[in-house]
Design a protein around this ligand. Structure first.
Ligand code: ADP
Length: 428
């Protein structure tokens, strides 16, 4: 039993004993017991009243003096109150700290309710989006009205980040990222990526300019080399070999400059390709024909596209993507391989695949193949004359056409490069 309760029982027992003795001495036990009991109850009520007073004042300060069970209870309450105060204090400090951290951030942070209503934001969000106090409780789509943002924030699965011009300053580019927390609430992060995009633009412009500028001197060089080769009869044999190597290397440089120009055009062109009709069968037949022209007759290249399929997009870009895949299958495989260029359609897609039964690629390289200048075997790749940009070009063409590139390969068995493109919607 609790110590306070034991003391109280002892106290009641002692008082009762004293009252009984006094009752016998006064010859009226009942009256003495009643009077004594009444005084004990008054004393108890006075403790209860002081405890209520203390609780009514928010249990601030020291608790009222009490003994026995009341002393024990007040002590308990006092300790609980102190624990509560300490917890409140540390919660307050934590929320103060979080507020300080979020205020120091350059990125804007907002919390939204599950129905996309603004609940809280930090100062950076205020300056990036021009939020005002009155916006609390407003739907975020009343603040950022761009249709791309509206589609992004209303999407059930919160898709990949979206980039938009700032509603406050159109020269700024903002990136919005959203994640779900708690019970469907949303944390929305907005970053000013203007500098990053400017640097990216500078990089793209630099690559585009330098590769463009390289073309003129290369044309002049190629012209002179060709003229010298045409009149090389009188030249010593050592010079003929040198001329041949110069010719090969200028061809490589030309190919590199052309691929760089193509890639930077694809990258910098933010507009989707024109949605002109492209008949797939003749396009792939042309790709196969051009492949056969560059390959020796030992390569068996054939088209397996008999359906009358049609794509929407840019013929030149699609030709470049599919021919890159065919030239790769020729370049990176030994003579004698079979290269099949096929097409088919599903309910929603048109699939073009270029498959070979050549060397194949180790699976560890596959995720990185579409990176610029990524090559599986450097020594072999440089001897094949590849620029290392072919698959990057294919990937970009696919992206611009709303499609994807899938790569499947088994070492020693061959590779399949599959282009998944959206099927044009039939107009009734
Ligand atoms: P490259 O100019 O070297 O062909 P790509 O980006 O087109 O650059 O290809 C990247 C690498 O992928 C190549 O260097 C080659 O190692 C590998 N590769 C591409 N296609 C094939 C293929 N059909 N068979 C084997 N390896 C391939």
């Amino acid at each position: 039993m609790h110590r306070g309760l034991q003391a109280e029982i002892k106290r009641i027992a002692l008082i009762t004993l004293l009252l009984l003795v006094a009752g016998f001495m006064l010859n009226n036990v009942l009256l003495t017991l009643l009077v004594g009991g009444g005084i004990y109850m008054l004393w108890t009520f006075s403790h209860i009243a002081r405890l209520y007073d203390w609780l009514d004042q928010g249990a601030n300060g020291l608790p009222p003096d009490a003994s026995g069970v009341w002393g024990d209870m007040t002590d308990h309450l006092y300790r609980m109150q102190q624990r509560n105060d300490r917890a409140k204090q540390s919660r307050r400090q934590l929320s103060e700290r979080v507020r300080n951290i979020t205020s120091a951030l350059a990125d804007g942070i907002m919390t939204l309710s599950p129905d996309r209503v603004l609940e809280w934001w930090n100062p950076a969000a205020e300056s990036l989006l021009g939020l005002e106090k009155t916006d609390r409780g407003q739907s975020i789509i009343n603040v950022v009205r761009d249709p791309r943002f509206v589609a992004f924030i209303q999407h059930r699965n919160l898709p990949l980040p979206v980039e938009l011009s700032s509603p406050e300053d159109p020269s700024k580019t903002l990136m919005f990222t959203a994640a779900e927390f708690g019970d469907g609430n949303i944390i929305l992060v907005v970053q000013d990526i203007t500098r990053l995009r400017n640097l990216e633009q500078m990089r793209q412009d630099f690559v585009a300019n330098i590769s463009h500028e390289l073309r003129t001197p290369l044309t002049v060089l190629s012209g002179y080399i060709e003229t010298l080769q045409d009149n090389s009869d009188g030249l010593p044999t050592g010079w003929q070999k040198a001329l041949m190597q110069m010719d090969q290397q200028t061809d490589r440089l030309n190919a590199l400059a052309n691929d760089l120009v193509m890639l930077s055009q694809l990258e910098s062109n933010r507009k989707p390709p024109p949605r002109t009709q492209v008949q797939l069968t003749p396009l792939l037949e042309q790709v196969v024909k051009d492949g056969c022209m560059v390959a020796s007759e030992k390569y068996h290249i054939f088209s397996d596209c008999h359906e009358n399929l049609e794509l929407r997009g840019e013929y030149k870009e699609l030709y470049s993507a599919f021919s890159n895949l065919v030239f790769n299958a020729i370049k990176h495989n030994p003579a004698g391989v079979e290269i099949r260029v096929a097409c088919r359609s599903t309910d929603s897609e048109i699939i073009v695949e270029v498959c070979d039964n050549g060397y194949g690629i180790d699976p560890k390289h596959i995720p990185r193949l579409t990176e610029r200048f990524y090559r599986v075997d450097h020594s072999r790749a440089s001897s094949t004359g590849g620029t290392g940009l072919g698959l990057a070009i294919v990937k970009h063409v696919m992206m611009r056409h709303g499609g994807t590139l899938e790569i499947q390969s088994t070492l020693g068995k061959g590779s399949c490069f599959r282009c998944h493109l959206p099927k044009p919607i039939a107009i009734a």
